[in-house]
Ligand binder design. Structure first.
Ligand code: UD1
Ligand code: CA
Length: 454
């Protein structure tokens, strides 16, 4: 069975009170629309159409080449929205999955279950339903005496008896293409909201004696629609729990799931431990046997096996095996650390490479630098990489020893095995094996205090 998908995403999301189109609000570090796109592709859609309206340009640039975007100029309702895909899908030889762009928690499994139910029943339309403890706001599924879906009634149009029904329309459907776009034209806007309701197609199909089926989703959390910021937070929490469960199933220890924030894009190998206050965002890959946190934020970075990162921030960087970061370190973008590197307390590193087993243990700033292997950078060492106009590079070769409180005025190079005396301000290259001293000599004035400081 060939499958296409339409994602309805033209609504402004008035209740979000946002300039950003609702479907681009992020859940688990990814726009809601991204979650839905992933799900329909995984469920087997070979072609996807996104119906955009409010903020269409932003939606289009997010979607890129993953789907075709059609424009719904006025948001006249969900049936009218689906109609906009007619040009592209009218002659599609198969079935169409229709989903809303504001339901980020849907899983490919549930969509596949919907499609299977549709195929098994050889239905013209199949609606995904679920039972909600509190169905307020959703369309209610009204069944006839035989238990078949008779119609769907929106909150604002329902009688008290209809509104008492707890089975709701999730807004996910599967339709056979023949007859679909003709039936959409027959839907009227004669209802409480003056909108063209897609669920009204059920009534029309029943009148035409077409087969209408319903697939029941057991987990109402999956189909939760996000219409306001409270629901956005609820979706975030749910997705976070799901991600942490996946990690724990894969052998990761999460000390306190309620205080650990991991995007769905993150992968972690077994026997890594996440301490409370760990925030992992974007494309993060952490190998096994690491200890991450407490209170650590890692963004789009690769962490090698056996690392320990605590009370620190790491951004867009690559950390080799067995490194120790923090407490209170700040690894800024484009850093690459070899194996066994130590970046200690109150150290900031930016756009620098640091070789195997080198150490920057305390109170330093290393920027635009290349540091070789087995280098020791003493406390308080600063690379003076910026002259007010341009950034310059510092190079420290293998085995060099940089005394405490050194200023390295870039561009400058310290040769292999060289030693820099503590407190030096190095402005010229130091050759391999040399001692570089650049500071005033100490003078002691004998009995200076006794003579009354004269
Ligand atoms: C809809 C269903 C309701 C169901 C609920 C599930 C209708 C009339 N009602 O209600 O039965 O229980 O979803 O979450 O369909 N959209 C457009 N263009 C429009 C109108 C809407 O693209 O002209 C998009 C929205 O951006 C959104 C989706 O369609 O992604 C659903 O619209 P929304 O207004 O949120 O519908 P609900 O009132 O939630
Ligand atoms: Ca909705």
């Amino acid at each position: 069975m060939r499958l296409a998908a339409v994602i309805l995403a033209a609504g402004k999301g008035t209740r979000m009170k946002s300039k950003l189109p609702k479907v681009l609000h992020q859940v688990g570090g990814k726009p809601m629309l991204g979650h839905v796109l992933d799900a329909v592709v995984k469920a087997g859609a070979e072609k996807t159409v996104v119906v955009a309206g409010y903020g269409a340009e932003q939606v289009e640039s997010f979607v890129g080449n993953r789907a075709q975007v059609v424009y719904q100029e006025q948001q006249l309702g969900t049936a009218h929205a689906l109609m906009q895909a007619a040009g592209i899908l009218e002659s599609f030889p198969g079935h169409i999955l229709v989903v809303c762009g504001d339901t980020p928690l849907i899983t490919p499994e549930t969509l596949s279950q919907l499609v299977k139910c549709h195929a098994d029943n050889q239905a013209s339309a199949t609606v995904l339903t679920t039972v909600m403890q509190d169905p307020t706001g959703y369309g209610r599924v009204i069944r006839d005496e035989q238990g078949r879906v008779d119609r769907i009634v929106e909150q604002k149009d329902g009688t008290p008896e209809e509104l008492a029904v707890q089975e709701i329309n999730t807004g996910f459907y599967c339709f056979a293409v023949p007859g679909l776009f003709d039936a959409l034209k027959q839907i009227s806007s004669d209802n409480a909201q003056g909108e063209y309701y897609l669920p009204d197609i059920i009534k029309i199909y029943n009148r035409q004696n077409k087969v209408v089926a319903a697939s029941l989703c057991n987990d109402p959390r999956e189909v939760m629609g996000v219409n306001n910021r409270q629901q956005l937070a609820a979706a975030e929490k749910e997705l976070r729990a799901r991600v942490l469960n996946r990690l724990m199933n894969d052998g990761v220890t999460v000390i306190d799931p309620a205080a650990t924030y991991v995007d769905s894009t993150v992968t972690i190998e077994p026997d890594t431990v996440l301490y409370p206050g760990t925030i992992l965002e974007g494309d993060v890959k952490i190998a096994g046997g690491c200890y991450v946190g407490p209170n650590t934020r890692i963004v789009s970075s690769i962490i090698g096996p056996g690392c320990r990162v605590q009370y620190s921030v790491v951004m867009d960087s690559e950390i080799g095996p067995g490194c120790t970061i923090g407490p209170f370190a700040y690894i800024r973008p484009e850093c690459k650390l070899g194996s066994g590197v130590k970046i200690g307390d109150f150290v900031e590193v930016k756009k620098s490479e640091i070789g195997n087993n080198s150490k920057v243990p305390h109170l330093s700033y290393i920027g635009d630098s290349i540091i070789g292997k087995d280098v020791n950078v003493g406390a308080g060492t600063i690379t003076c990489n910026y002259d007010g106009k341009k950034k310059h590079r510092t190079e420290i070769n293998d085995g060099a020893f940089i005394g405490s409180n050194t200023n390295l005025v870039a561009p400058v190079k310290v040769g292999a095995g060289a030693v820099i005396a503590a407190g030096s301000t190095i402005t010229k290259d130091v050759p391999r094996g040399a001692l570089g001293v650049a500071r005033g000599r100490q003078i002691n004035k004998e009995n200076w205090v006794k003579k009354g400081s004269k």
